[in-house]
Design a protein around this ligand. Structure first.
Ligand SMILES: [Zn+2]
Length: 317
């Protein structure tokens, strides 16, 4: 059995899977919003220990633990740097080493989205394909690439489809540059845009819905409720995001000609099915070989894809 931990901006998801990839135990803890990397590492340890006991085993019985992390992940050293949506994590922290020592087992690290895409490729919606592009539509827009059946990570930073330019001198992206796909489709950027429009006097109930649901952010469930109430601002911002996703994804497909595109992430998993046709239509406008578009599918492992994909890191040499 192997352990896997998906470290997200709002939650830490841990799983224990067996040799077939079946989930034997899982646990979810909120990501600490204060403190620093050592506090986050402790919450990760707790989540894994809970998943391990749910699976009826002991930590030392695991072959190892894989970790999917945001930020700049050094797979060799296990150091994570610049994970900006985690508290106090602007610098570097030896996450792999700290968790190895705490749990008494070997750890392996990978980029959170890349491992989720690998999980989908081995066990989920990506199974039938030799080449695919995963687009993780959530707080940001991340990506992962599989070519000829193997992950393509470039020199370590491949797959950043969220920072492909969809409009020169366009909207400011959370990365500081302009016109990136994430500046239009990332949840954080969409929330900032909703704030600006609301301040300008555009009518919307989305912030009322947020408060009513006890949230301090426009989470995917808040967007979902706003869309169900046909809130015009929410609808127009989601459609705008889908338009830009179509533009960015079609450009990536023109370059890589992958068999399939998988849509995952908080917003992608929740809205993927509803907006798949719109997305296909937007892509069609920009596809160079428009009569043979790639398969377009929604990720199928759901909330667990990142943690399962992380656990699969343990098998790799
Ligand atoms: Zn950017």
């Amino acid at each position: 059995m192997r352990g896997g931990i998906d470290l997200g901006g709002t939650k830490i998801q841990a799983v224990v899977i067996d040799a077939d990839g079946t989930v034997r135990g899982e646990a979810r803890h909120p990501t600490p919003t204060t403190g620093g990397p050592p506090d986050v590492a402790r919450a990760m340890e707790d989540a894994l220990r809970e998943a391990v006991s749910a699976a009826g085993v002991k930590p030392e019985q695991l072959t190892g633990v894989g970790i999917g992390s945001p930020g700049d992940v050094d797979q060799q050293t296990g150091v994570v740097s610049g994970a900006r949506n985690l508290p106090g994590w602007e610098g570097s922290f030896p996450l792999g080493e700290v968790l190895s020592n705490a749990l008494g087992i070997e750890t392996r690290l990978g980029n959170d989205v890349q491992v989720a895409v690998e999980g989908e490729h081995l066990l989920g919606a990506g199974k039938p394909y030799d080449s695919l592009l995963g687009v993780w539509w959530g707080t940001g827009v991340g990506g992962g690439i599989i070519l000829e059946g193997r992950p393509w990570t470039g020199r370590g930073a491949a797959g950043e489809i969220g920072h492909t330019v969809v409009k020169r001198n366009g909207a400011r992206c959370p990365c500081g540059r302009r016109g990136c796909l994430e500046a239009y489709a990332g949840r954080a950027a969409m929330e900032a845009k909703a704030h600006r429009e609301h301040t300008k006097g555009i009518e919307t109930d989305i912030f009322k819905i947020m408060k009513k649901r006890g949230k301090d952010r426009l989470t995917s469930s808040v967007w979902d409720h706003a869309l169900r109430e046909r809130d015009p601002l929410a609808e127009s911002l989601i459609r705008r995001a889908v338009r830009y996703l179509g533009t960015g994804i079609a450009s990536a497909v023109n370059l890589l000609d992958v068999e399939a595109v998988l849509l995952g992430g908080g917003l992608g998993s929740r809205f993927g099915d509803r907006y798949l046709d719109d997305l296909r239509g937007e892509m069609h406008k920009h596809l160079f070989v428009a009569d043979s578009p790639p398969h377009l599918e929604v990720a199928s492992l759901g909330d667990l894809d990142g943690a399962i994909g992380a656990a699969l890191l343990v098998l790799k040499g």
